[in-house]
Design a binder for this molecule. Sequence first.
Ligand code: HPA
Ligand code: ZN
Length: 357
Amino acid sequence: MNMATGDIRSNKVIMKEFPKVELHRHLEGTFHLPTLHRIAMQNGLPYTDDMDAFKSAVQFPKDSEPDFLTFLSKFKNDWYRSHQDVHDIVYDSVRHFSDDGLFYIELRFSPEHFAFHNDFDRMEITRIVIDAANAAAAEANVLIRYLVTFNRGKQNQYEMIDLYRTIRGLAIPEIVGIDLAGDETQYPPDQFTEFFRTVKEDGVYGTTIHAGEVSPAEQVWESIDRLHAGRIGHGTSTIDDEALQKRLIDEGIVLEQCITSNYQTGSWVDEQNHPLGRLYRSGVPVTINSDDPTIQDTDLTDDYIKACSYFDLSFDDLEKLNLIAIEGAFLPDREKSELRKKYLAAVKQFKDRFLVD
Ligand code: HPA
Ligand code: ZN
């Protein structure tokens, strides 16, 4: 296949249409700004009426040096005052997923984030989030599953186990995995071994751990060996450790990498030399993800364009990266092969429309 006139890999309008499978995106970081602004105004929160000023206040500051804790400080959980607020922000956020050409997403969210400020019932909040997101995803024609995020700094592992059991009791079939996020510098993997032993013993959910984002490769090893991670969030420090790369290849442990986020958090300083390209060419299962697009003031398509430009990826490479994502999805094999078939058909349609033989 040749490119159509010009290099369409840098054409945002066309790249938006490329079908994408995304394994790592936080609902808390992908909010629809106008809706959040309306909720903030309605609830009398101390933000300006001016949308541009509001945007600057809630996003990673444009004039900030890359910094992990500044990035994490943008996750505020005191916006919402009612179930309706939670429904509205979730529904409006997910409704826009088709703008990014999302084909399948494992969207992660923290029930604690949405419930904490008002002490809403966690079961009720989980149902509200899933119902609103399911309805919006159906409207946007995006296939969706969910990962439940537990935040390292917000609960200890015994509180996590209690909440986990409550959520497991809901038996919501679209919830397919458990995620550990938050500050890995202060809360290393060994503080969560009991929790993830429980998750493994239950055998109901896949497990993904944020690790090696701003910590050394040892934390990726520990997340695999002691927390039974089936996937790793970020894992940029994997580039320093060939034995670890071999382990990921041998066991098909997927890295969910996020180029823009990794720059803003200081996980990776030189964006154009991000490990994704080198790891991909070494056969390590890597994937392209957006992490927190609204906080970053980007979208997933921007990360695709960056990946193509920095690592000279072709559309065949992009297709392979998405097949890696499908392989790493927390779905039963039968659903994965169905998804793979549908995905390949969608990519063929894209190529027929935009690439010339
Ligand atoms: N790291 C850890 N926790 C997070 C992140 C991240 O990049 N984004 C949202 N929660
Ligand atoms: Zn993340």
